[in-house]
Design a protein around this ligand. Structure first.
Ligand code: NAP
Length: 498
């Protein structure tokens, strides 16, 4: 099959195309009329996807013929440049035919088998979650089994009808494509390029199940980090509630429940942000310690550490999110009625005590430094968050990226630690701060970051740093590479001397 659309060559120009919609296509005479020599594409089905696809194809310079069971009823919904006809007629001349109908209706197309011999069928379908679990074979493989004389290509299922109509944008431009026939795959890839999308070769049709599972996923990489952040939030919130609300209520008969919506949340958020940030750098320290202990980098990390390393970006972004919320909540603190009453009461107390000037030098300095460190830490975290965006990360080389994410990230951790320490000041040593014998919350959060900072300082010692660098360049303690076989414990380690 050598379908080579002429328009495919003007790929970069196509990407800059303005949005096209049905009325635009019809109002713009250049789009409404497609040259006779333009490659012809067929579409089976006249639903939402078929309409958007036809609009996009016409806008990209293709001749489109739509096959419907009831062309009279549906013709008015398509751009006038697209021909809408009966299914039999629509599939007779194009080499590439998009099947824009649901899986359960594939069998109803079997009457077209003879006309479809040797053609490329593009399966755009998406199963529901239930259908995906129910059927072991993908929709595309099922279509291929119904039409053995055709070549089936799985493509465009990850693109919504809306995106097709509005035109490709950053983020959802990628179109995973798979087929057993490289020529057919190339033809569909060229069409995707001509429409302004980015084809991604996913291999043979056996990958179709994986491609069909893509739109069903709901932020898979975020599941564990989000649960972790929520878990930390619940634990710290409960801890702060006991210390700041329950203890005054039970032991001093003071009603501080008004603190629940803002104050307790604002003491919880920095704890979560800080612990999450330390959890971004802890797996790196553990990995380095493991390599030092094993004396090689050629042994796989345990699965839990591997997963943890892979989720650092999401954990870091959640840390930034909590830190940003903490900053916003802190700005709102003076707006609260409770804060105003506190200020007035303090002023009255001052007058009654006949004190004219309240100024505690140490407190003033502590607050200035504490705030400044907090702003710097948040600023550095914002830089990390911005550079983790694919469009920015792609513009950095590997050294720049690792400098920002590793060195600058560590700076953010140190700044956050200093921010926490200046917040705590001497409170950790005051007996009155241990409410219900519970230590102040900030002392708990300092534990992991301090271990990380100490470990990083240890790794900087010349004897350890040299050894770690050599290991990471391939040096091994016993001069052997060990391959760990995950399944067979009897053959757990095979040593190959290289
Ligand atoms: P739709 O609006 O319900 O259209 C389905 C079309 O299938 C109908 O308009 C109908 O056109 C045609 N059809 C052919 N044989 C049929 C039969 N025996 N019974 C009923 N209809 C039959 O659905 P859609 O949203 O366009 O989706 C079509 C395919 O695209 C699906 O496989 C879907 O998974 C996939 N998809 C859709 C989107 C999206 O955003 N909508 C995104 C990605 C993939 P005629 O009546 O003219 O024959």
């Amino acid at each position: 099959m050598s379908h080579q659309p002429a328009v495919a060559t003007k790929m970069s120009g196509e990407m800059d195309k303005p949005l096209i919609s049905l009325h635009l296509v019809d109002s713009d005479s250049s789009l409404a009329k497609v040259p006779d020599e333009a490659p012809k594409v067929g579409i089976l089905g006249s639903g939402d996807f078929a309409r958007s696809l036809a609009t996009r194809l016409v806008g990209s310079g293709f001749k489109v013929v739509v096959g419907s069971r009831n062309p009279k009823r549906t013709a008015g919904l398509f751009p006038s440049a697209a021909q809408v006809t009966f299914q039999e007629e629509a599939v007779s001349s194009p080499e590439v035919i998009f099947v824009a109908v649901f899986r359960e209706h594939y069998a109803s197309l079997c009457s077209l088998s003879e006309q479809l011999v040797g053609k490329i069928l593009v399966d755009v379908s998406n199963p529901t979650e239930q259908e995906h679990l129910q059927h072991r074979e993908s929709n595309a493989e099922y279509l291929a089994s119904l039409f053995p004389t055709c070549t089936v290509v799985k493509a465009f299922n990850v693109i919504s009808a809306w995106t097709l109509q509005a035109g490709p944008r950053d983020g959802n431009r990628q179109v995973p494509i798979c087929s057993d026939q490289p020529e057919a795959k190339r033809a569909v890839s060229e069409m995707a390029l001509a429409m302004g999308f980015m084809p991604v070769d996913m291999g043979s049709l056996a990958s179709a199940r994986e491609v069909e599972a893509m739109p069903l996923r709901l932020l898979p990489a975020w599941k564990v980090p989000t649960l972790l952040a929520l878990g930390l939030f619940v634990c710290f919130y409960a801890y702060n509630f006991v210390r700041d609300v329950l203890q005054p209520y039970m032991q001093e008969s003071q009603n501080k429940f008004f603190k629940l919506p803002v104050s307790v949340v604002n003491t919880t958020l920095p704890c979560v942000a800080y612990v999450l940030l330390s959890l971004v750098y802890l797996p790196g320290v553990l990995a380095a310690a493991l390599q030092l202990q094993r004396g090689t980098k050629y042994q796989r990390f345990p699965d839990w550490l591997d997963h943890w390393l892979q989720h650092r970006k999401q954990i870091g972004l959640l840390s930034f999110f909590c830190a940003a919320l903490h900053a916003l909540y802190s700005f709102c603190l003076p707006l609260r009625r409770a804060h105003r009453y506190d200020l007035v009461n303090l002023a009255v107390k001052q007058v009654l005590a006949n004190k004219s000037h309240l100024w505690v030098e140490e407190e003033v300095w502590r607050m200035e430094i504490y705030l400044s460190l907090g702003v710097l830490a948040l600023g550095t975290l914002s830089l990390l968050a911005v550079t983790s965006l694919p469009s920015i990360a792609n513009s950095l080389n590997w050294r720049e990226f690792s400098f920002v994410q590793s060195s600058l990230g560590f700076v953010a951790l140190v700044l956050s630690t200093l921010h926490t320490l200046t917040y705590g000041w001497t409170r950790a040593f005051e007996e009155s701060r241990y409410k219900f014998y519970l230590p102040p919350t900030f002392t708990l959060t300092l534990l992991v970051p301090c271990v990380i900072i100490l470990a990083k300082a240890l790794f900087l010692l010349p004897c350890i740093s040299r050894r770690l660098t050599r290991i990471r360049r391939g040096w091994e303690r016993d001069g052997a590479i060990k391959f760990t076989m995950p399944t067979d414990h009897a053959l757990a380690e095979k040593t190959s001397h290289v």
